[in-house]
Design a protein around this ligand. Structure first.
Ligand code: ADP
Ligand code: MG
Length: 670
């Protein structure tokens, strides 16, 4: 056993902290590598670039002054000469250094230099006599300091280091000329040279991404190999259905339909993501595949994230299946007792039925007759829990996840590595693109004029505000305030208000009134984001729009432009750094895929993590965006092993499969 407490200095408190960071035993501790390193290697002005972190020698030439800016925040400033040139140095929260820095003292500064303003912003300061060239590991372990980590890791290595085996296959180590795990462990927690650092990075990044892919691909292949019942249907029924549609399917819609149908016909379970921009026509694609499964004699369930959306889908599918033999029923948590009983009986005793609802679909008392296909709209709300419930009901249904948020290709490979992906890029022709315009907060008058214009035409309006946390000081508009403002500006119109604190019933009521045209202006936080379809709305005003991601704005914008009337999206923004440039992209393009790529470039992957649990995607050193080329190589390497049956008996892969078993057990526990 290699219990954490077996190391001197680790008690219950620290153990608890380690556990919270996913460190359960000494091997985990040894394997928790630094997430980055601070390099303190002396440089010279000639070799230093502005704005990049450097370490350099300096001489103090003025008496340091402290400015106390606010509580727990002070600035120490003084002059130095660096190679004979004078610079002003600022360093924060080091007021205690004031008395150490004598005039003429030789020091070493780490930080960034600005030669234009002759200034230096320091993060670290040492007296020259105490300085040595070094590389300091920085760990990403909450609640445990870097020093503590270094100390305990070294102890753990002394005790248990020799027991660790290299589970990365030899073949791959040789192929990429990586260092062995034993050599890695010796240097990873305290590298001495840049060359060592380079060796560490290569091995760590590859290993992290390879193991990640190995898990993902294993899961995908395993899911794919689960048997599902074969669904047989009459293709002519589908042909007739498609012929009766009031439009021709786009090429992408045809391609998507074929991909899904191939999975449905196969004797293996489908686990597929259907992604396509708002309005790309995913619903009708889904409908065709639903019809096939119903024809084959199975029930179909479709889950929506909200009551409103469930009702909308219910309407859409009832309409689409009007001329078929199939019934579409609604099952949400809000049905009356009698209606629920009726629905329940129907589901229990009839096959030719599609059931649409919220998570109520998977309540314990709902007994399906022969459920063969589950569709979930806006997949990120469909959790592991529901999947488990389905499994427990004894089904291996085909599963299709639909999402209207295009995932950048570079992220899809990791976020949805365990699924097959179908993408609709092309949009049906004939839709009028939404006209998007930017306004600063000084130009609100113009915004009101445009609102007034649309109201006069009898059109409806969305006004969207960001979610404001209690803790934020609000120069920002919150929904409540904007609501009052709108009431004042447009006293003759009906203004509605919706935000997350409003009770579900009231939300539904407000939404219904907006759908019926009884509300003219709907002021709302982003709760309207997903899927809501109100044809009469032609104008959307988004306040504080610089606070939203581009993908999110695009989602919001997708709520308008749903009829043949011209629609407008007005983005009101506070003129902060970079806001205008970023928002202007919204004016230029209507392509959700491009916008999501921009989001990724400008704001990083965090934006997209909400869509999947990201716990599996925490790496010490790899970065799923920057290192995407390694990720792709690693994926192929993983597949090469997993798709070769011989691998499973090959001793060369024994440790790798042992790792896999443990990793999977752990994620299930989470
Ligand atoms: P999504 O679910 O992808 O946002 P929908 O399926 O709701 O898109 O489709 C948006 C609208 O476009 C619907 O009103 C639908 O009837 C219509 N539509 C779908 N496919 C086509 C097509 N090929 N040609 C014209 N209109 C289409
Ligand atoms: Mg939709």
């Amino acid at each position: 056993m290699s219990r954490l407490e077996s190391i001197k200095g680790i008690g219950p408190k620290l153990k608890e902290k380690f556990n919270r960071n996913g460190i359960y035993d000494c091997f985990d501790l040894i394997r928790r590598f630094p997430s980055r390193y601070e390099v303190y290697h002396l440089t010279t002005l000639k070799d230093a670039a502005d704005g990049v972190r450097i370490t350099i020698e300096a001489k103090v030439t003025s008496v340091p002054k402290v400015a106390y800016i606010r509580k727990n925040f002070n600035r120490l400033s003084f002059d130095v000469t660096i190679e004979g040139r004078t610079f002003k140095v600022a360093i924060f929260n080091r007021d205690y250094l004031k008395n150490i820095l004598d005039l003429g003292a030789d020091i070493v500064l780490t930080g960034t230099i600005d030669r234009v303003h002759n200034s230096f912003t320091a993060t670290t300061l040492k007296l020259k006599e105490n300085f040595k060239n070094e590389i300091e590991p920085v760990y990403n372990v909450d609640g445990v300091s870097n020093n503590q980590m270094s100390k305990f890791v070294q102890k753990a290595i002394e005790e248990y280091g020799h027991l660790i085996e290299d589970d990365l296959p030899k073949r791959l180590i040789t192929k990429y000329k990586l260092i062995s795990y034993h050599d890695l462990i010796k240097i990873v927690h305290r590298p001495k040279t840049m060359k060592e650092l380079d060796k560490i990075t290569r091995r760590v990044k590859y290993e992290e991404l390879f193991k990640f892919q190995f898990k993902m691909q294993y899961t995908r292949l395993k899911n794919k190999s689960k048997k599902s019942e074969i669904k047989r249907y009459d293709v002519n029924v589908l042909r007739n259905f498609i012929d009766r549609l009031p439009y021709e399917l786009t090429n992408d819609q045809k391609k998507a339909t074929n991909e899904i149908m191939k999975d449905i016909k196969s004797p293996y379970v489908m686990n597929r993501l259907l992604q396509g921009d708002v309005g790309s026509g995913k619903t009708v694609v889904a409908a065709i595949t639903v019809l096939a499964v119903l024809e084959a004699g199975f029930q179909v369930a479709m889950m929506a994230p909200t009551e409103i959306l469930a009702k909308q889908h219910h309407r859409t599918f009832s309409e689409l299946f009007r001329d078929t033999d199939y019934k579409v029923i609604l099952l949400t948590g809000k049905l009356s007792r009698e209606d629920r009983q009726l629905a329940k009986d129907f589901i229990e005793y009839h096959n030719n039925v599609m059931i649409i609802g919220t998570h109520a679909l998977f309540s314990d008392d709902i007994v399906y007759n022969n459920l063969g296909y589950v569709i979930t709209d806006e997949q990120h709300r469909f959790g592991v829990e529901q999947r488990r419930k389905l499994r427990e009901k004894g089904f291996n249904p085909d599963v299709l996840y639909m999402t209207a948020t295009p995932i950048p290709r570079t992220l899809a490979i990791s976020l949805f590595g365990d699924m097959d992906i179908t993408t609709i890029r092309e949009k049906p022709s004939g839709r009028q693109p939404v006209d998007t315009k930017l306004f600063t907060t000084d130009q609100l008058d113009m915004v009101y004029i445009m609102i007034d214009d649309e109201l006069r035409k009898g059109h409806q309006i969305y006004v969207v505000t960001p979610l404001i946390l209690e803790s934020e000081s609000s120069d920002l508009s919150n929904a409540q305030r904007v609501f009052s403002q709108m009431q004042k500006q447009f006293p003759n119109n009906m203004v509605g208000l919706m935000h997350s604190k409003i009770r579900q019933e009231d939300k539904d009521k407000v939404m219904e009134m907006f759908e019926q045209g009884e509300i003219d202006i709907l002021v709302s936080t982003t709760v309207i984001e997903v899927g809501v379809d109100v044809k009469g709305a032609t104008l959307m005003v988004v306040f504080d729009s610089e606070r939203f991601g581009l993908s999110q704005l695009h989602q919001l914008r997708g709520r308008i432009g749903r009829s043949d009337k011209k629609s407008y999206c007005l983005l009101v923004y506070n003129d902060t750094e970079g806001a205008k440039e970023r928002l202007e992209i919204m004016e230029r393009t209507d392509d959700g895929f491009r916008l999501s790529e921009e989001d990724l470039r400008l704001r990083g992957p965090g934006e997209f993590f909400g869509y999947r649990q990201s716990g599996d995607m925490k790496f010490d050193q790899a970065d799923i965006v920057r290192d995407v080329h390694i990720l792709e190589i690693a994926k192929q390497d993983a597949l090469d092993i997993l798709t070769d049956k011989a691998s499973y008996y090959d001793t060369a892969y024994q440790l790798l499969f042992k790792y896999l078993k443990n990793a999977i057990r752990r994620t299930n526990l989470d």
